[in-house]
Every structure is written in structure tokens, then in C-alpha cells.
Write a protein that binds this ligand. Structure first.
Ligand SMILES: CC(C)(COP(=O)(O)OP(=O)(O)OC[C@H]1O[C@@H](n2cnc3c(N)ncnc32)[C@H](O)[C@@H]1OP(=O)(O)O)[C@@H](O)C(=O)NCCC(=O)NCCS
Length: 328
């Protein structure tokens, strides 16, 4: 008989590149100031991967740390999902590269591409496989080298992004675990943030490079408005079916896009801002890796205790969004 299982996060790991790029450094690169960046976004510094360091390298390091934390071996893993919009290459999937690098067995391995919502989508997919009894242990990794797709001459975007990776091992648990999942997307808003070229619509060409179409293009002000709305709504959609109110959530682990967005989300949810975990000041927006690294650091700092109900909440390109309630 197939018994429905409870699924939880049983190991976590993160990897951040060594190089720190501060707002002061950016002042020398584009027409900006530390004051502007800090007051408009909350970001002070971000990490930048080495030229020879690709997304799969960062993902592999985070995955090894998560496996160690879970006390599992690579061969115990039955499924590998990498959430990324900066894969090493279009194919093979970065998850396949990670499978080889960590020495896992020939388990299924694939990438998910929903930008900053990727860690939440990855957890949602892995949870289904484990809960149904198909697989026992899954690795969900969120890794990004956004510095590779950032236009370092565009002050409106280059100050916001950074590189890094976070990983979670999911497996069956006795108590608690993932209580609810809510995912959504709206392709009508796809133009608000995108990387226009390099795919089948605009293949790479001399012109696409000259036109800088291989870099992130973003409508920041519009995104800001949508972000506040969809993050607050996703939080409600994930908590309401459980009969939970905002005050029942011990800590929100949000996607770290902008401090002002997160303050507005907290206000809309009726939560005090100290219940929102923040590390945006140190890393900027690492897309899918932001909420993953935030979760790793929140646990490490003792901000999440056994029995706490926490909320992962993200929005990103697509547009896409998602929220997950976990009892720790
Ligand atoms: C990008 C963002 C920080 C800009 O903040 P903002 O308060 O909306 O600022 P605006 O876009 O209105 O720009 C205000 C002015 O600052 C200027 N500016 C933009 N970037 C600047 C920078 N790095 N330094 C100095 N000035 C800058 C603009 O050119 C504009 O000047 P103008 O009024 O003379 O035209 C903000 O809109 C944001 O975070 N949006 C969401 C982005 C996001 O989340 N993206 C990822 C999605 S997962």
C-alpha cells in the first residue's frame, strides 16, 4: 500500500563566491552612489563569481554542504533539481552536470526556469515525488551567476544583482514538514524582466551582441508594484487553507529583490518587519538562490526553531510566484 508521506527539508547548504563587490566599487563603474543604491534597494554589497566559476560549480558546492548537513551520501539521492536562469549552457541541464560532479547515481536530473521563484517551484516538484513514494531523497539546488547576464554599463540593473547558490535535501519526516504549497504565473507580464536573445526567437548574432540583448532588461518600477501584490497574495494563498494567520508565522523567508518591496509586503500582510528575514544588504538579488541562501542563513543564525511555522515567499520573471509553509 502506498502511504502518503510527510516531506521536509532535512539538510541545507550554501555557497557564496569570495569576491565582494561593494556599492563604492560600483560608484567607479557607473554613474551611481552608495546612498542611491542603499536607499532605493537596501543593498550594500554583492558576491561575484570568478570568471572560471560557473553555476554548476557553485551548485555543486552548495549541494555537497547540504548532503553533509543531511548526513547523506550522493548515492542516496533519487532526484536532482536545479533552479536557475543562468545554466552553464542551454543543455545539458545544469542538474545533470551537478549529478556527475557530486558523484550521484543515474537519478533523474533536470533544471527549472522560473527565475526568482525557482527554489520554491523546485521544492514543490520534489515534494510531490517524495510524498507519492516515488523517490525518497531529493536535492533541490538554486544557483545563479547573474553577473554573467548583467549589463555592467546599465546603472538601473547592475547595482541589483549578485551570484550564489543554496541547496536543500528533501526527504520523509515524522512530523511537520511542508504543510502547503501555492504556485502561480502570468505570462502577460513576461516583458517586465527578460533576457531577450540567445534563444530561438533571437539567436546569438553579431547584432544581438552589439544591441546588448544577452543581458537582463527590466522595467523596475512596474515590477516593484507587481512584486508587492503577488508576494502578499501568495502568502495568503499558502496560509489560508491551513487556517493560519500572519501572526502564526514565525519567520518569512522571502526572495530578496528590494528592501522596500519587503517592507511593503510585510505591511500588506500585517506583519512586523522583524518577522521578515533579510540578507539583501550583503548579497543583493541572486534570483532563485536568494530565498535558498536566506533559508540556510536563517537556520544557521538560530532564527528558526523546531516546531516553528515558516513561510517561503518569492516572485520573479515570468512573471512567476510561489509560497510554501513549512513546519520546521
Ligand atoms: C530598480 C529600482 C531599485 C529603482 O528604484 P525606483 O525608486 O523605482 O527608481 P526609478 O526607476 O524611479 O528611478 C529613479 C531615478 O533614478 C535613476 N537611477 C536608476 N538607477 C540608478 C542608479 N543605480 N544610481 C543612480 N540613479 C539611478 C533613474 O535613471 C531615474 O532617474 P530619472 O528620474 O532622472 O529618470 C526599483 O524599481 C526596484 O527594485 N524594482 C524591482 C526590481 C526587481 O525586483 N527586479 C527583479 C525582479 S525578481
Amino acid at each position: 500500500m502506498c502511504e502518503i508521506k510527510k516531506v521536509g527539508i532535512i539538510g541545507l547548504g550554501a555557497y557564496l563566491p569570495e569576491r565582494v563587490l561593494t556599492n563604492k566599487d560600483l560608484e567607479k563603474m557607473v554613474d551611481t552612489t552608495d546612498e542611491w543604491i542603499t536607499s532605493r534597494s537596501g543593498i550594500k554589497e554583492r558576491r561575484i563569481a570568478r570568471p572560471d566559476e560557473a553555476t554548476s560549480d557553485m551548485a555543486t558546492e552548495a549541494a555537497k554542504r547540504a548532503l553533509k548537513d543531511a548526513n547523506l551520501k550522493p548515492e542516496d539521492i533519487d532526484l536532482i533539481i536545479v533552479a536557475t536562469i543562468t545554466p552553464d549552457m542551454f543543455f545539458p541541464a545544469t542538474a545533470c552536470l551537478v549529478q556527475e560532479k557530486i558523484g550521484a547515481k543515474t537519478c533523474p536530473a533536470f533544471d527549472v526556469s522560473v527565475a526568482c521563484s525557482g527554489f520554491i517551484y523546485g521544492i514543490a516538484i520534489a515534494e510531490q515525488f517524495i510524498r507519492s513514494g516515488t523517490y525518497k531523497y531529493a536535492l533541490v539546488i538554486a544557483a545563479e551567476k547573474l553577473s554573467a547576464i548583467t549589463d555592467w554599463s546599465d546603472r538601473s540593473t547592475c547595482v541589483l544583482f549578485g551570484d550564489g547558490a543554496g541547496a536543500a535535501v528533501l526527504g520523509p519526516v515524522e512530523k511537520g514538514g511542508i504543510l502547503s504549497v501555492f504556485l502561480g504565473a502570468n505570462g502577460k507580464q513576461g516583458d517586465l524582466i527578460k533576457l531577450p536573445a540567445g534563444g530561438s526567437r533571437i539567436p546569438a548574432s553579431k547584432k544581438s551582441v552589439e544591441d546588448k540583448l544577452h543581458f537582463i532588461k527590466m522595467n523596475g518600477a512596474e515590477l516593484f508594484k507587481h512584486a508587492v501584490k503577488v508576494m502578499a497574495d501568495a502568502a495568503l494563498q499558502a496560509t489560508a487553507p491551513l487556517g493560519l494567520k500572519a501572526e502564526d508565522i514565525s519567520l518569512v523567508i522571502p526572495h530578496q529583490a528590494n528592501l522596500r518591496i519587503l517592507n511593503a509586503v510585510a505591511k500588506r500582510m500585517g506583519l512586523s518587519t522583524d518577522k521578515i528575514y533579510l540578507n539583501i544588504e550583503r548579497y543583493g538579488n541572486m534570483s532563485a538562490a536568494s530565498s535558498a541562501v536566506a533559508l540556510v542563513e536563517a537556520v544557521k543564525e538560530g532564527r528558526i526553531k523546531k516546531g516553528d511555522k515558516i513561510l517561503l515567499d518569492a516572485f520573479g520573471g515570468g512573471l512567476s510566484w510561489g509560497a510554501i509553509v513549512i513546519e520546521w
